[in-house]
Design a protein around this ligand. Structure first.
Ligand code: SF4
Length: 371
């Protein structure tokens, strides 16, 4: 297939749905986790779960970078944004994530100079254009976006731009998956692997899942037929007693990943000893900070930040959603106190968040109808 429409072909979708139906054991319940928020978005946008047999359940994972940012880190960003002379930049979704009292957009309404950017290079351009101001980029994302932050910092250094810095919240996907696999309250049969992350890291880092935990992984693209084919590949592994990492997304993901991107990441970043994930707590070696060679660009060194741990609001069940323990609509405040317009938790903010995907594509209304 060559064009995106072909990956959304309804007739081919029906064929795949038939093959999936033929593959399942009707006496068994299958739980498959889609790790990445991009997959969650596709599943609800295209109604993929409606095409699956009732005994094949898709469970949402922790792979939405906005969803896993804890409130304390938002408060740190706001503390910097409110300092005299600072221009604070980040991606649009991030500006709407609630901190302990308010969001970065609220801070902007109260007078802080907070600006939305589409890439870290936009933030660097703002620094170039405003040499008398301090420009800070709030970096988020998994290994998918970390290389672009790293390349921007390299460029800042090459150009001698000294009024630019970065508060680094980049996270890595393997440690939370290990934490989930160790969790006693979750039984999973397989994983739809995060295609975007794998374009950078390749397939190898996921080999521990079949080797140590006996669960198949299929690295998947994001179009509806990609996701359906990946579900079929997982079911076939289970039927045939195979357990390995397979790559459905071969048109984009090389087995070894992007070596140049990995090289620049290892130059600019190093692992933090531990990092707090929203709803998942502290996970060892699960996030990146700037390496000593790039310390001068580290906003956490340049500015005072509170660095406080803030407990999630009592009503918020984002942690259980991120671990796949509950469905978004099972959260007590879903669609009432918590909506995309007034989010209590992070999973309702980004379109990749499971709660936002359910809400935006009408799943809540349909769930109520079924009930
Ligand atoms: S409905 Fe809101 S508070 Fe509840 S899990 Fe979803 S984002 Fe979190």
């Amino acid at each position: 297939m060559k064009y995106v429409d072909e990956f959304r072909d309804a007739k081919l979708g029906q064929v795949l749905a038939g093959e999936i139906l033929a593959e399942v054991d009707p006496h068994r319940h299958y739980k498959v986790m889609e790790v990445c928020g991009g997959h969650t978005h596709s599943i609800y946008k295209y109604g993929i779960d409606d095409l699956l047999p009732d005994n094949v359940e898709l469970v949402h994972g922790p792979g939405c970078p906005v969803c896993v940012i804890p409130m304390g880190r938002v408060d740190d960003g706001i503390a910097i944004a409110r300092q005299e002379g600072v221009i604070f930049t980040s991606f649009g979704d991030m500006l709407r994530v609630p901190g302990s009292q308010y969001t970065l957009l609220d801070a902007k309404a109260h007078g802080a100079d907070v600006r939305m950017v589409y890439s870290p290079l936009d933030a660097l351009r703002i620094a170039r254009e405003n040499p008398e101001r301090e420009v800070v980029f709030f970096a988020i994302g998994f290994e998918t976006t970390a290389p672009s932050t790293a390349l921007t910092l390299k460029r800042a250094r090459d150009e001698g731009i000294s009024n630019f810095s970065c508060i680094c919240n980049h996270v890595t996907i393997v440690p939370p998956l290990k934490a989930l696999l160790e969790s006693p309250d979750l039984r999973l049969d397989g994983f739809i692997g995060p295609g975007h992350v794998c374009t950078v890291v390749g397939a190898r880092p996921f080999e521990f899942i079949p080797a140590d935990y006996g669960r198949p992984v299929v690295i998947s693209g994001f179009e509806p037929l990609d996701v359906m084919q990946s579900v079929l590949m997982i079911l076939r592994q289970l039927s045939f007693g195979r357990c390995e990492v397979e790559n459905q997304y071969t048109r984009v993901v090389p087995r070894e990943g992007n070596l140049r991107a990995l090289e620049v990441m290892s130059e600019v970043f190093e692992l933090r000893p531990h990092f707090e994930w929203r709803g998942l707590g502290f996970i060892s070696q699960s996030a990146l900070k700037l390496s000593d060679a790039y310390r001068e660009f580290d906003a956490e060194q340049r500015f005072e930040v509170p660095g406080m741990r803030v407990a999630d609001p009592k009503a918020c069940q984002c942690g259980e959603v991120l671990k796949g323990v509950i469905k978004p609509w099972e959260c007590k405040v879903f669609g009432t106190a918590c909506t995309p317009e007034h989010a209590i938790g992070t999973c309702m903010v980004s379109p990749e968040g499971a709660c936002a995907a359910y809400y935006n594509f009408g799943r809540y209304a349909r769930q109520k109808e079924t009930a």
